[in-house]
Design a protein around this ligand. Structure first.
Ligand code: ADP
Ligand code: ZN
Ligand code: ZN
Length: 672
């Protein structure tokens, strides 16, 4: 019997913290990890807290108070769950409180200490459209399904070309899991936006069995879903990356759809966790299986699956629909021939023909806003955010200039250097594409879908619905339209500027570019008519653009693998990125130089310098964000867990001047 309970509370100013409380005698047999309690705090207050541990010892200087009441005898999480969060804190270099804050709904810490009462109406938005829909698997699907079913590996990768029916295989596996009395976590990227898969899931399994979890559902709803999960009332939790922290009882299967998507990784704020990685830990702790799927898997996932015999391939589209024809159009020659516009003549012509046939068109432009930068025509200065070292982007809708990093917005249209008002917008964003498309295709119905066009979540669903019902001829959008859209009437996809996805200074930019182009191409020709895709480019010789044209993942992978090996990038190493920032440029630089030198020395002394390679310090590609100057050190760790522990152990012992901030990004998805 323990004397003290460690209780997690959230107090204004102090943040999320644990304190020790004495356990009253008559609670001793009842108290459990994960229970909600009421505890005294300060002279008068009572607050809500959660049991996260027990002990018999307390520093003599601390006078513990007694727990006041057990609010809910049913625990809201268990010890395995705490182990998971602890692992996240350790692996991603942050404190457990930060992880708890991310994982638990805000409502856990609301001020009043009321007990939870079940709301009367739940998930009103989720109504099935029709009866439950079930499909028979095709022969190929059936074969792959059986293979996956009988494999021993904990993680399997389902690699199937776009439109091959990966979802049908997930559904079958989900069904089996439910039949065994277990529950399922079904993750998809940015599901606030992709409602099609949500609807398919609900239509298949019934709304009473499915709950939804992502960052934009309300805290109250999250809390209620949490309760239902704990009580084993939900069979499938469908969610974005944060759903990996939901407390699914009896977890049997985790599906990670479109596993290549970088939105599985949280880059801001801490914890900078990757939900795919956390899912692996989760599966280990609860003995669940993971099925990840993509047409263009993450290079690391593919490599791992190949090396562990857990790769399963779907080679054909469902119903033997053919992959679309892709052609590349050189915009340099268009210019030479007198067409200075953003649409090639071929794309204009094909668009008209497609719409005349009653079919639909998608234009991808992977940049929101109107243009990409604004320049002063008198002195050449580019308009920049005052707080971030990046260009401001003109938005025609609001007639203002915005910083896509910090959200700063200004209407003032003057050069910061010479005050001239002779400003010109260069480059092409989605708003400009829309404006020009409305002129060229004036008799067609056009809609734009990007994060600027969405005032409400419903607006987005409405646009997608109209598009599905054929009421929109041309849909223009950023990368968000490349995700999961399944409209058999789309037979033309035009990529306005294919180069945009490739030219970030980042080791994963080829992968991202290839994957985006292949995915968006995969939106074309999913029905009975063969699809067409046009990539417009100023750089037609780009090798990875060629690979995307061929939609040949394997050949892309082989090439990319070679490059990664040559430069020791993942999967041949794991990367840890250390970012040092400060509002004083010289302080950030100085601290970063010092840390790099000490770290390098430390690694050398351990004779690990051939397996743990430090690069830098160098200024970050984006040298300033929100007024903080940024420098970084990149570590390529070829020593696995031991290397990870060595580096993070070193970083934990550093103490920094209070003006200096250290951020550690483990397995970063970008290094900007
Ligand atoms: P992917 O996720 O691999 O791109 P989907 O699962 O979206 O592919 O399938 C593409 C289309 O084919 C969808 O409209 C889906 O309903 C249909 N489809 C796939 N498999 C089957 C099946 N076995 N029976 C009926 N329709 C199917
Ligand atoms: Zn100027
Ligand atoms: Zn800014």
């Amino acid at each position: 019997m323990y004397k003290y309970a460690l209780v997690l509370v959230d107090v204004a100013k102090l943040g999320t913290k644990t304190f020790s409380y004495l356990i009253p005698k008559d609670f001793k047999d009842k108290i459990k990890i994960g229970q909600a309690l009421s505890v005294p705090f300060g002279p008068k207050r009572k607050i809500k807290g959660y049991v996260v541990g027990f002990s018999n010892y307390l520093d003599e200087s601390i006078k513990a108070k007694y727990i006041d009441e057990i609010l809910e005898s049913e625990p809201l999480f268990d010890i395995e769950y705490l182990k998971l969060l602890e692992w996240v804190a350790n692996y991603y270099f942050c404190d457990i409180a930060t992880v708890l804050k991310t994982a638990l709904p805000q409502k856990f810490f609301e001020k009043n200490v009321k007990k939870y009462r079940k709301p009367k109406k739940e998930n009103a938005a989720l109504k099935e459209e029709s009866g439950l829909i079930e499909h028979n698997l095709s022969d190929e699907q059936q074969k792959v399904y059986e293979e996956i079913k009988h494999v021993n590996a904990q993680n399997s990768l389902l690699w199937g070309i776009t439109g091959s029916g990966k979802t049908e295989i997930y559904f079958k596996l989900i069904e089996d899991t439910i039949k065994e009395g277990k529950n399922v976590l079904f993750m998809a990227p940015e599901i606030a936006l992709v409602s099609q898969l949500t609807m398919r899931t609900i239509n298949r399994f019934g709304s009473q069995n499915v709950a939804i979890w992502h960052s934009s559902i309300s805290e109250a709803e999250k809390y209620s879903v949490w309760q239902r999960l704990r009580q084993n009332e939900i069979k499938i939790l469908f969610g974005a990356r944060s759903a990996v922290f939901a407390p699914i009882a009896n977890l049997g299967l985790i599906i990670i759809d479109e596993e290549h998507d970088t939105s599985y990784k949280q880059t801001m704020p801490n914890p900078r966790y990757c939900a795919k990685n956390v899912a692996k830990k989760l599966a280990q702790l609860y003995g669940a299986k993971i099925i990840s799927g993509s047409a263009t898997p993450d290079v690391e996932s593919f490599w791992e699956a190949q090396n562990t015999n857990s790769l399963f391939e779907l080679k054909n589209r469902y119903n033997n629909a053919q992959l679309p024809d892709v052609s590349i159009i050189d915009m340099k020659s268009e210019r030479l021939e007198g067409n200075l516009g953003i649409f090639s003549r071929t794309l204009v012509e094909k668009t008209k023909q497609t719409v005349e046939r009653g079919e639909q068109v998608i234009f991808l432009i992977n940049r929101r806003g109107f243009s990409s930068y604004t320049q002063c025509m008198e002195c050449g200065e580019v308009l920049e955010c005052k707080k971030c070292a990046i260009p401001l982007i003109y938005h025609s809708q609001t007639n203002s200039y915005k910083c896509h990093y910090c959200g700063y917005e200004t209407k003032a249209a003057k050069c910061a250097k010479c005050s001239s008002e002779e400003l010109e917008n260069f480059g092409t964003g989605s708003q400009r594409v829309e404006e020009i498309a409305r002129k060229i295709f004036s008799d067609m119905t056009i809609a734009r879908l990007d994060s600027d066009s969405l005032n409400t979540k419903n607006e987005h669903i409405e646009i997608l619905q109209k598009f599905q019902q054929g009421e929109i001829n041309i849909l223009i959008g950023t990368q968000m339209i490349a995700k999961g859209l399944d409209n058999p009437n789309v037979t033309l996809v035009g990529v306005i500027n294919a180069d945009l996805s490739f030219n970030l200074p980042d080791y994963r930019s080829s992968e991202r570019g290839f994957s985006l182009l292949t995915q968006v191409a995969g939106r074309s020709g999913r029905g009975e008519h063969k699809g067409k895709v046009i990539f417009q480019t100023y750089n037609p010789d780009n090798l990875f653009l060629q690979k995307a044209k061929e939609q040949d993942y394997l050949s892309f992978f082989e090439k990319e693998k070679e490059l990664r090996q040559e430069y020791d990038y993942p999967p041949y190493s794991k990367i840890i990125r250390i970012i040092i920032s400060s509002s004083e440029d010289f302080m950030a630089e100085h601290a970063c130089v010092e840390i790099a030198a000490h770290l390098e020395n430390y690694i050398k002394k351990l004779s690990l310098d051939e397996r743990i390679i430090t690069l830098g310090p160098v200024p970050c590609v984006i040298g300033k964000i929100r007024g903080e100057y940024r420098y970084n050190i990149l570590i390529k760790n070829k020593l696995g867990q031991k290397g990870h522990d060595t580096v993070l152990g070193f970083l934990r012992r550093i103490s920094l001047h209070k003006e200096i901030k250290m951020t550690v990004d483990v397995d970063p998805t970008d290094i900007l």
